[in-house]
Design a protein around this ligand. Structure first.
Ligand code: SF4
Ligand code: SF4
Length: 285
């Protein structure tokens, strides 16, 4: 098997909210957006061994291993207080670890009889496209795993050609649209939505778009003209693509974005009505 490794921030062995059925979910570290409402901001950056978390840990459970350029975490003394994550200046964490394709296959084999599929998520998982290609090829050629469905949970902010090697190996992609207006998108995520809009169109054309989600963020993407543009995009993809309107929750977001507020029932209904007027069957959560 390949020696290629990827930074993995976590693995959930059983999830019913990351695609259909019961799925193993593999979370990759690092993201190429910086959404204000990110609930997992410690998965955005990479650790640069600055040592801030080591000095902060109240139980001395962290140590820098300079030789191997990593942080050693003593799980026995750690109280999971999350102080290390809160103080990290890189939006990173001392907990993610490097794993090979072989390591991940072993994790999947442990639960293969209890799951219906595999979801890879992030961070932004498409930053690891070459690793994913090897992982998916291994899954599809393994007699005990090839029946499992494979879904990618992505922000779509990736060049079109990166999708090509993966599409024949997967069942679909679940993707978020944060805003239609380029200006609003930059306010919410820090980056342009140009590649995301192209990814939506491309994946839909290839019949690989499984779900399109929109996170309603009051004072940013909830005015009527913005909602009507989002509705046009939702309408432009196949009726078979699941559509979801998500209420932004401000629990667990970074302190500097604590000014964000959740939508009222009235605001959610206003958005829902606009999608309804465009004849879009949308799930509201
Ligand atoms: S996890 Fe963050 S705080 Fe800790 S050493 Fe790495 S960059 Fe520094
Ligand atoms: S979560 Fe664990 S390692 Fe991190 S600061 Fe708390 S005790 Fe230390």
């Amino acid at each position: 098997m390949s020696k290629l490794q990827a930074n993995i921030s976590g693995i959930i062995k059983s999830s019913v909210i990351d695609g259909p059925g019961n799925r193993i979910v593999i979370f990759f570290q690092e993201c190429n957006l910086n959404c204000m409402y990110c609930h997992n901001s410690h998965t955005i950056g990479l650790c640069n061994l600055c040592g801030t978390c080591v000095d902060t840990c109240p139980t001395n459970s962290l140590k820098i291993d300079s030789e191997n350029k990593r942080i050693i975490h003593n799980k026995n003394s750690c109280t999971r207080c999350d102080e290390c994550i809160k103080v990290c200046p890189e939006n990173s964490s001392p907990f993610y670890k490097q794993m090979s394709v072989e390591d991940i296959i072993s994790e999947i084999l442990e639960v293969k009889d209890f799951i219906s599929g595999i979801t890879v998520s992030g961070g932004e998982v498409m930053l690891h496209a070459p690793f994913l290609s090897l992982l998916f090829q291994e899954i599809k050629s393994h007699s005990g795993l090839k029946h499992l469905s494979i879904l990618i949970d992505s922000n779509g902010n990736i060049e079109q050609k990166k999708w090509d090697s993966l599409l024949p190996l997967i069942d679909g992609v679940m993707l978020d649209i944060k805003a239609y207006s380029a200006k609003t998108h930059k306010q919410i995520t820090g980056y342009s939505n140009e590649k995301i809009l192209k990814s939506i169109e491309y994946l839909n054309d290839k019949n690989k778009l499984k779900e399109l989600r929109f996170v309603l963020t009051p004072n940013y993407n909830n005015d009527e003209s913005e909602l009507r543009e989002i509705a046009k995009i939702m309408k432009s993809v196949s009726p078979n693509v699941g559509k979801t309107l998500i209420k932004m929750r401000n629990h667990g977001i970074r302190k500097e974005f604590s000014f964000l507020r959740e939508a009222s029932n009235e605001e959610m209904n206003f958005a829902k009505d606009i999608f309804g007027q465009a004849d879009i069957d949308i799930l509201v959560i």
